[in-house]
Design a protein around this ligand. Structure first.
Ligand SMILES: C[S@@+](CC[C@H](N)C(=O)[O-])C[C@H]1O[C@@H](n2cnc3c(N)ncnc32)[C@H](O)[C@@H]1O
Length: 453
């Protein structure tokens, strides 16, 4: 046990970077995670939290500065919990992310393979097509913004440099409407008040815009006034939806939606394929890099036209439909029923017939497909952050595909799953990280895995 106490200051040399982008150094023998510090820096760190084997701190002074340190472009940088890398140059972010993938694969998975340099963005700002702004009260004023790091305190934000400007305008318009008509906002602690979140979706290719108000109730007052204000201020407005969330939960959206203006969904394109996006469906948030990511998936899949492909965790069928353009037949598997309905509809509106979408948990559906004798030549997996459950990996191995293309948003669970596949006769040939989330610590990777036999 150590004697380090909250509020004390220590000089720390940063020799590593943690999973969420904090600098890592040592105070005596005790590891400290230093918020805002970069590798190679010497800093004065103030202790915020103390645990048995490590402590959490933040930078109060930089004694020796990294060459990669930059002045944040965003004025909310040290307050908002959205971006973790405003103080790191974009080249520095890319370097960190490539290394993070390589380190995770080697340390966690003992997977030694070619990790290519990450593909970054030419313009890494204003890239998001979806925003989720919490709404609350601060000092008697209605505010919208983002949460401060590791808290539910709202940092009021006028303009976010990674969001589309339309999302900023929507937040402002809704906020003004709330103020003008004295509409109540949700108080998390009391579980009372109406407006909880403003969620925006902006289709980059078509310009169509959806505004979703997450509400603690089924109706809103002054509905027509809100719609008029949005119609006036937001070019491309196609849909306004109330999402009902009356539960006392951290989950932002509820299950039920009521469209109060326009259509139930908006249309966007990825390359030449058209997609209908409904309020609850998962759709990649960085449309520019999605084309890069999917391009890599298709390059690794290298489909010739006679293959059966399974796209596990298929969302609204995005990758499935691209694969179907090049393969004999594609199965898509997805747990969210509404997303499967969207996927079917997307296949229909694009005239793509050689695809079947199955609604259900992959860990149940995949073993059932094995039992039915379904064989796949190529399996594509794009799981959530927790990676694949063992029954999914087991079923893939039983299907004995020549190739697996793994799309991952979490290098640590990726490393674990690649180790499993390696032990069962598959080899990771190469990994291509893609920067889907500039200024955050998140990194996406596409892996090509082939059957060793
Ligand atoms: C990272 S997203 C990928 C979606 C899609 N491939 C895309 O690029 O848009 C992961 C998807 O897995 C779904 N999902 C999560 N757990 C699942 C499970 N156990 N079985 C099937 N799908 C699941 C989520 O609903 C989500 O649509």
């Amino acid at each position: 046990m150590h004697n380090i106490k909250v509020g004390e200051n220590y000089e720390v040399y940063i020799d590593n970077m943690a999973h969420e982008g904090q600098g890592v150094g040592r105070i005596g023998g005790v590891a400290t995670f230093v918020e805002g510090a970069l590798i190679g820096e010497k800093v004065v760190a103030q202790i915020d939290k103390v645990y048995k084997n490590y402590v959490i701190s933040h930078v109060v002074e930089i004694l020796e500065k990294s060459h990669d340190r930059v002045k944040p472009l965003c004025s909310y940088a040290n307050k908002c919990g959205g971006c973790s890398f405003q103080h790191l140059s974009y080249e520095g972010q890319l370097k960190y992310k490539t290394q993070k993938v390589k380190d995770n694969l080697e340390r966690i998975g003992k997977v030694y393979t070619k990790v290519h340099e990450i593909i970054g963005m030419k313009e890494p700002q204003r890239y998001r097509n979806k925003a989720q702004f919490p709404v609350g009260m601060l000092d008697g004023e209605v505010v919208t913004g983002f949460y401060a790091p590791r808290s539910h305190d709202i940092v009021p934000i006028e303009s976010c440099m990674i969001q589309n400007e339309i999302s900023d305008n929507i937040a402002r318009t809704v906020r003004n409407w709330i103020k003008k008509y004295n509409v109540s906002v949700y108080d998390e602690k009391a579980g009372k008040g109406l407006i909880r979140h403003i969620v925006t979706r902006v289709a980059f290719k078509t310009g169509e815009v959806m505004v979703i108000l997450v509400v603690n109730g089924k109706h809103i007052p002054y509905k027509e006034q809100l719609i008029d204000a949005l119609k006036k201020e937001i070019k491309g407005l196609k849909s306004v939806v109330l999402n009902i969330n009356t539960k006392r939960t951290n989950v932002i959206m509820g299950k039920d939606n009521i469209t109060i203006y326009g259509s139930d969904n908006i249309i966007d394109y990825i390359k030449d394929i058209k997609f209908e996006i409904s309020p609850l469906s998962f759709f990649q948030v960085n449309p520019v890099q999605t084309e890069v990511l999917y391009g890599k998936v298709l390059e690794y899949a290298d489909l010739k036209g006679n293959e059966t492909v399974i796209d596990v965790y298929c969302g609204i069928g995005t990758i499935s439909l691209f694969a179907a353009q090049k393969a004999f037949f594609v199965y898509g598997i997805e747990a969210v029923h509404q997303a499967v309905e969207d996927a079917k509809r997307n296949a229909y509106i694009n005239g793509i017939k050689n695809v079947e979408f199955i609604s259900g948990q992959a860990e149940k559906v995949m073993p059932e497909l094995v039992d039915k004798g379904v064989k796949a030549d190529v399996v594509i997996i794009d799981p959530p952050r927790k990676g694949c459950d063992i029954p999914v990996l087991e079923a893939i191995v039983n299907m004995n595909p020549q190739k697996i293309v793994y799309v991952s948003c979490n290098p640590s669970t990726l490393a674990r799953d690649l180790r499993y596949l390696d032990d069962k006769g598959y080899k990771t040939m190469e990994v291509q990280p893609v920067d889907m989330f500039p200024y955050t610590h998140h990194v996406e990777s596409v892996c090509l895995i082939t059957n060793k036999s």
